[in-house]
Design a protein around this ligand. Structure first.
Ligand code: BG6
Length: 318
């Protein structure tokens, strides 16, 4: 962290630039030396902004977003835990995205290679008494969000079964990418994979096309996907490269025109400017025995499309 200039705005904790966001909830600002920027809200541990060194916002946020629980702000990257989807009595996409997280004072290094050229923040979520009533599992969820010196954004989640019985959960980094025009976008890396179609009761199909393009509503879970996929924005001449670890699936979602009109926190035509591509563990739950820990990583980078050839061949190491 030594390469990053921090300004201590409102917080006595050293090394953190903290601003007050919506509803007075704290947001931590991360900056790279060359001017990339990210902001993470303690509400949900949600990344609410990621900008490149030209000041361009790379994550979509709806102009009609509602910054108030019990639903996550429509945009950015929200954490779906302990479930992805809508099952039983748990909140849709789980409660983690609607809770206030704490700064993790322990700040444990992840591994020996964790270099200091990243600006990072560590957050922690522990269940409240109310959470334990609706989901009686003893867990600790640690989230590290980092911005590299080249502007790459990474999120590392670690869920630990602290005590008690084994438990299972599903998970997703619900990631709203900002795109110029959805009709000009394609995804590479998911071809020939099986997917579960959420629009047809999770029926299983096999992807046939060369690359995935968009001309109507899409809500699919691509199962057992490669760890590196690319989202090419033809008009912007920009490619997002997604690298993941510990997360077998990729969820692709665009509500398109008709569904958009039913969503109160989403503008009618905004489906053209966004695409959700979520690294996830959605098909099969993750099970942790007492004392076990699971790690799920996501790294996002953006490169000019002309420079991206070969990215899909790289292993998904973050
Ligand atoms: C996607 C799901 O990831 O999230 C969709 O696959 C869902 O089914 C969408 O509609 C948005 O969910 P929410 O709860 O944030 O409105």
């Amino acid at each position: 962290m030594s390469m990053v200039q921090y300004t201590n705005l409102t917080d006595p904790r050293p090394g953190l630039e903290v601003v007050r966001g919506w509803n007075d909830v704290e947001q931590v600002v991360l900056r790279s030396p060359r001017g990339d920027y990210a902001r993470v809200s303690l509400l949900g541990g949600q990344v609410v902004s990621w900008r490149n060194d030209h000041g361009e916002e790379l994550l979509f946020t709806s102009s009609k977003a509602i910054f108030k629980p019990p639903k996550a702000m429509r945009g950015g990257i929200s954490i779906c835990f302990p479930q992805f989807g809508n099952c039983g009595t748990l909140e849709r996409h789980g409660f983690a995205r609607n809770r206030i997280w704490a700064l993790d004072e322990e700040h444990r290094p992840l591994n020996h290679n964790d270099n200091s050229s990243k600006a990072s923040v560590d957050l922690i979520l522990k269940p409240s008494e109310d959470d334990l009533k609706c989901w009686p599992r003893c867990f600790e969820f640690r989230l590290r969000v980092s911005l590299s010196k080249d502007g790459d954004l990474s999120l590392v989640s670690r869920v630990r079964n602290v005590n008690g019985k084994p438990f299972s959960f599903s998970f997703a980094y619900h990631t709203y990418l900002s795109v110029s025009d959805i009709s000009e976008v394609r995804i590479e890396g998911l071809e020939t994979l099986d997917y579960l179609d959420n629009l047809i009761q999770r029926e299983r199909f096999t992807e046939q096309g060369d690359a995935i393009t968009f001309e109507s509503e899409v809500d699919r879970v691509y199962v057992s996907s490669p760890n590196v996929i690319a989202v090419l924005d033809h008009e912007k001449k920009r490619t997002f490269v997604t690298r993941k670890e510990g997360l077998p699936d990729v969820v692709v979602w665009n509500p398109w025109e008709k569904k958009s009109k039913t969503m109160v926190d989403f503008g009618d035509g905004e489906y053209k400017q966004m695409l959700c591509v979520d690294a996830a563990a959605a098909e099969r739950p993750i099970t942790l025995k007492p004392g076990e820990e699971w790690t799920g990583k996501l790294e996002l980078s953006q490169v000019p499309s002309t420079n991206c050839s070969g990215h899909l061949d790289q292993p998904g190491i973050i």
